[in-house]
Design a protein around this ligand. Structure first.
Ligand code: IVH
Length: 709
């Protein structure tokens, strides 16, 4: 981009302009596809906007050179294959952008001049956060949801009706709504839900999302709606498409009607007649940005009077009556003080940038991810050049950016400030924690320590995984405590089996624990009791807890269901050397591929690791897992949702039990739900189930149903 950008538009020849328009058309089309169709942006929002502005400025100077495929005439990208298509009754448009306060004043001036109003005339505008998600149009007829469609290219979107039905904030039926009503708004994911989703994805070995927007898009655009149902998507309503009767005569009034129908509308939406106050609200929203709990990328202003909106109408892709006032990208320059290498559970060496602390968008940043050695060297996973090929060296001045909740990253390096003699970073080839070789397998972007559990970093991370939720989940023994016990000379926990042998020990051990800092009589006893409680544990939990690379929670479930008992599983994996019948059986399990099988076999044949697994198994009573009981189980094949608090079991336990009976447990109620188990405090899920006519029972009813009462 840089070389051509040096040509200023004022001095450009026609030939320059033509070439530049062509380049920008390609750049923006590629970025559009990456963003909208593949949910994987390759250009930052700021660069995207800059390219669009440059394109528009060149077109303004050379109107005759405007291309037939000009990016200024496009909204989004054509729908992806795989979804049904829906032609929008009313096109779904984009918004023009304002970047400065002056741009906002000009917006107001344009509107006044269009409407023939003078500065003395009052025009009211609404201001509301611009949610960084993806837009959705939901059509209701006679109060019933008919379909939901993504924006697509504005004219034709993707049919995501089943997926939208799983979103709690989207009512299935409306009362008092016009016969035809298309509600439009933004599907998004909260920061909290995004972090939890990525945690689950990591545990399962699934795709980890770069930011909440991508997670929301990837979750909504699932061909399998049951996956969407497991993803905590939210929805803010802020606009409408086709309507059989007007909702109101103002924007604010119409949004209030949407709220009355049961939609979430943004609480920061306000109306102003004074432009200065409108802009002040923008700055106030900007200040709240970091604490809202979801990503926003600007503030949208709309003319409040719907009669005026109708008069103002649209340009080719944007309304004249609205504009998005974008926030400046959150970035800052600081010095890279050091590059540290962290070693993860599976031995991955992850470089972390230690920075001179700097405030980026209201948050102090002192660490940033450096991903892997190629990234530091200026290459992406495919070997293509990034940051114009600039490498990152200790002592460099680097530009850090934050997009929402995502871990800060480094976008640029200032070569002019690089100290003479600064040396290129040499990525370690031995593990900084245990000095074992760190090797990089072909096709892997990551270098890994080969030390296995003799590497203290891997051992601690494995222990943290072992006690995590979804695995052993021992109350009172979290990541922090495990780390402490690992380094404890008197009461060491160096591997999972030690947790149980610790609790095996005599009264003296308990006494020693009680005397430690942070532990008292009660907490020490509770810990021992909690450990004891987990000696009896289902097979799937044990398999997952082992923390074997590529074996996430759902793979562990599959393996457990397939082999049924620990003995059968252990014997099978031990025998499964490639090309044996045991290997064939392992890879034939739906959802277990050669890579996962290889990883399992490696863990069970590595001497130290195997010995540690055996020591653990000897401490436990591993409960067999039944294959989905399609015969006899009253809940086999049913989709069950648990809500409210359960008093006789934990949520995790209820879920495991239901799954072992062949039920599918989902996190949200949809038309696919067969049964809702509602404990005290059940709220919106119970209401939704009632709306959908789904059978709802309480915890006792559930226990009775499955024969556990
Ligand atoms: S109004 C006719 N309001 O931003 C224009 N859009 O860049 C209707 N967006 O496609 C859109 N928050 O996906 C509007 N409060 C808000 C919004 C919002 C996010 C999205 C929407 C739109 C895009 C345009």
């Amino acid at each position: 981009m840089r070389a051509t950008e040096e040509i200023t538009i004022e001095t450009m020849t026609e030939a320059d302009a033509k070439a530049e328009l062509e380049r920008l058309a390609t750049l923006l089309a590629t970025a559009n596809t990456a963003y909208h169709t593949q949910d994987a942006p390759d250009l930052s929002d700021a660069d995207y906007d800059a390219a669009k502005r440059r394109n528009a400025a060149i077109e303004a100077r050379f109107p005759d050179l405007k291309r037939a495929d000009s990016p200024s005439e496009r909204v989004g990208a054509a729908p992806a294959d795989g979804f049904g298509k829906i032609t929008h009754d009313v096109r779904m448009l984009s918004l023009g952008n304002a970047f400065t306060d002056e741009d906002v004043t000009e917006f107001d001036t344009r509107i006044r001049s269009f409407l023939g109003k003078s500065t003395g005339d009052q025009i009211a505008y609404t201001a509301e956060p611009k949610i960084d998600g993806l837009s959705l149009s939901i059509r209701y007829e006679s109060g019933k949801m008919i379909y939901a469609a993504t924006r697509g290219d504005g004219a034709v979107g993707e049919n995501v009706t089943e997926n939208a039905r799983t979103i709690m904030d989207i009512p299935n039926t409306l009362t008092g709504a016009p016969d035809v009503l298309e509600v439009r708004g933004e599907v998004y994911m909260s920061h909290e839900d995004f972090a939890a989703l990525n945690e689950r994805q990591t545990a399962r070995g699934g795709k980890v999302f770069a930011n909440p927007r991508n997670a929301a898009a990837g979750s909504l655009r699932q061909l399998d709606a049951t996956i969407t149902a497991e993803r905590p998507l939210r929805f803010f309503a802020y606009a409408w498409g086709a309507l059989s009767a007007p909702l109101s005569d103002t924007q604010l009034g119409a949004v209030d009607r949407l709220a009355a129908f049961g939609f979430q509308t943004n609480p920061l939406t306000k109306r102003f007649v004074d432009l200065n106050k409108l802009i002040a609200h923008y700055h106030s929203i900007e200040e709240q940005r970091a604490t809202l709990g979801y990503d926003i990328d600007g503030v949208v202003y709309k003319v409040d009077d719907l009669g005026l909106q109708a008069r103002l109408g649209f340009r080719s892709t944007t309304p004249r009556w609205a504009i998005a006032h974008k926030f400046p990208a959150e970035r800052a320059w600081t010095r890279l003080e050091a590059i540290d290498i962290q070693v993860g559970r599976t031995g991955a060496l992850s470089p972390v940038a230690r920075l001179t602390p700097v405030t980026v968008g209201g948050v102090v940043v002192s660490n940033a991810t450096l991903h892997n050695e190629d990234y530091i060297a200026g290459r992406d996973n495919k070997g293509d050049v990034i940051r114009d090929g600039k490498d990152i060296r200790v002592g460099d001045w680097v530009e850090v950016y934050r997009a929402g909740d995502v871990i800060p990253k480094i976008s640029d390096v200032d070569l002019k400030k690089r100290e003479k003699g600064a040396e290129a970073y040499i990525f370690p080839t031995i593990c900084p924690e245990c000095a074992s070789d760190a090797i990089r397998e072909e096709g892997d972007a990551v270098r890994r320590c080969t030390g296995g559990i003799i590497c203290p970093a891997q051992a601690v991370e494995k222990l943290k995984h072992f006690v995590s939720r979804g695995a052993f989940d021992i109350e009172g023994l979290g990541a922090k405590q495990v780390e402490m016990f690992y380094h404890d000379e008197m009461l060491p926990i160096r591997e999972p089996a030690d947790i149980f042998t610790l609790a095996n020990r005599d009264a003296g051990t308990l006494a020693r624990l009680k005397n430690r800092d942070g532990w008292g009589d009660k907490s020490a006893e509770n810990l021992f009791a909690a450990i004891e409680e987990r000696r009896v544990i289902p097979l799937n939990k044990v398999i997952f807890a082992l923390g074997i690379r590529h074996v996430g929670e759902s793979a562990a479930n599959l393996l457990a269901r397939h082999y049924g008992t620990w003995n059968a599983f252990e014997a099978a994996v031990t025998a499964a050397q490639p090309e044996t019948p045991a290997w064939e059986e392992l890879v034939s399990i739906d959802g277990v591929g050669g890579v996962m099988a290889g990883s399992l076999v490696a863990a069970f044949s590595q001497k130290a690791e195997r010995a540690s697994i055996d020591r653990l198994a000897a401490e436990l009573h591993i409960q067999p897992v039944k294959a989905p009981a399609s015969d006899g189980s009253p809940v086999a094949g049913k989709t069950v949702v648990f809500t409210g608090s359960l008093e006789k079991m934990t949520r995790a336990e209820a879920k495991a039990r239901a799954e072992s009976l062949g039920a599918k447990v989902s996190g949200s109620v949809s038309s696919k739900t067969d049964l809702l188990v509602a404990g005290p405090g059940a709220g919106s899920k119970a209401k939704k189930a009632a709306d959908l006519g789904i059978e709802t029972i309480d915890e006792d009813g559930w226990l009775e149903l499955i024969g556990d009462a």
